[in-house]
Design a binder for this molecule. Sequence first.
Ligand SMILES: *Cc1c(COP(=O)(O)O)cnc(C)c1O
Length: 568
Amino acid sequence: MREDGLAGGADGADRLGELIPVALRGMAAGIAERGGPIPAGGPAAVAAALVAEGGELDAGVAGHAGGEGAAGSDRSAAPAGAAREPAAAGEAAAAAVLSAEPGVVECSARQPASAVLSAEPGATERGARRPAARPSEPEPVSGTGATTGALPRRGVGAEAALEELSRLLAAGSADPADPGCAAHLHCPPLAVAVAADVVASALNPSMDSWDQAPVASELEREFTAGIARLCYPHAGTPDAVVTTGGTESNLLGLLLAREHGIRQVVCGANAHHSVARAAWLLGLPAPVVVPCERDRLLPGALADAAGPHTVVVATAGTTNTGTLDPLPEIAGICRRAGARLHVDAAYGGTALCSDALRPKLAGLELADSVALDLHKFGWQPVAAGLFAAREAADLAALTVRAEYLNAGDDTEAGLPDLLGRSIRTSRRPDAFRMAVTVRALGTDGLGALVERCCATATQVAELVDAHPGLRLWGPPELSTVVLRPVAAEETGGDELVARIRRALLEAGTAVIGRAALPTGPGGATQLWLKLTLLHPHTTAADYRTLLDRIVATAGAELVAVRENPVAS
Ligand SMILES: *Cc1c(COP(=O)(O)O)cnc(C)c1O
């Protein structure tokens, strides 16, 4: 197989058919090797594994230069599993897969990074995971490729690169498909979406001109029209565009407001940081921040801040707690004050697909614009952002003319003008996998997955509430469960909470989030732990052991805090 073969064209599908199984084999080996939601040992161990791997790659080239002698040198010099126990175990699985391949040298035990890096060229035992016989001259071995940042001058071939790095990525990833990975709005993508993405990547439509994306642009139009209708079922001329996520969508919301002459942003203390950042990017003053209670914007306080030259940003599903702002009241205040309203529904927006959950988003259709993220509830790989506007005409602010992409005469002759559908130029057809997903599951199917996550969160919250070692922040509105170990209430404080999270990360047993919330005396912030449940196939029982583990870790860390407190 040529490493410079193309993904598209007459033979593209055949080439991909050969390479994708190789990549998936590496991925499966890496997942088996990790055996948990995140690699154990924290950043130092991950970096060391990468350095070891880089050394092995270089040493592998040297080994082949040395021929049989190199591959057959003294194995006892390298203690198996010295670098990292789980990796060594997984290595055997990877080796089994690899040694079945013709032309691949049998894999030997893992060396510690230092052994690989200090090995004389030709003296290393390491020669696995690459074709045995490469006739070309080897690169000079530095053994430090991974640390110096040097790019390889000579390639190892498509199969070796794909299998090796796919294994490395899978072994070293925080995997949201593991129920123990529950910190962030970081979803496990659906296989159907990822498969669609392969085709999109192979054909590589670029969404900045019709002649680069004839049908992809039509599919995107149809899909975004559907999203616009989902957000604005009764509006006359709603429209939506694809973005990279909530951050870009919030920027667009403020940009369109500024184009309407608005100069001041008003948002809740619960608003996402991207709102203040968007104001900064757009040269607007810092937002006026309205107080919240239990992470929900207080409408009473908003009435004083909203005016005819303001855009109010409300949140439908905060990142910290999943709480929804009271949208109907906020929309009423905005209408009376003549203020514009942008709703950041990056987290909660897809609840529109569920009959049961849609009432939580009542009032959304009163917003001038809405941010949604299908790489959260929506189970898309990043990026899958959407921005909906109640008035399609507002999006005309994005119009731009570039002679080579949307010349006036081309547009007059009937070629659709795509450039004004984004603030980007070259742009991936992210709508394609979203459209495939919605076609496969229907909005009902997506809504059912959202419901399931929210129901699981409610049950996990009940487990937390009933747990003698834990305190619940409050009942979840979406799929976020916020909790604090009782030990932190009594003695350990915020430091204990932070340590628990890091200890679980270090152990590789759980990835849980943190949220600073004003629950302390006099509204002082306190640190809480956060589970953001986006795994659609887990049940509350899957989280029972995680809760016990949090409490057990709290006990162990409490001892550590007492013995070795960090000055704050
Ligand atoms: C995730 C999130 C964002 C940011 O979205 P990205 O897709 O990460 O850019 C903004 N607002 C809220 C409420 C979010 O949850």
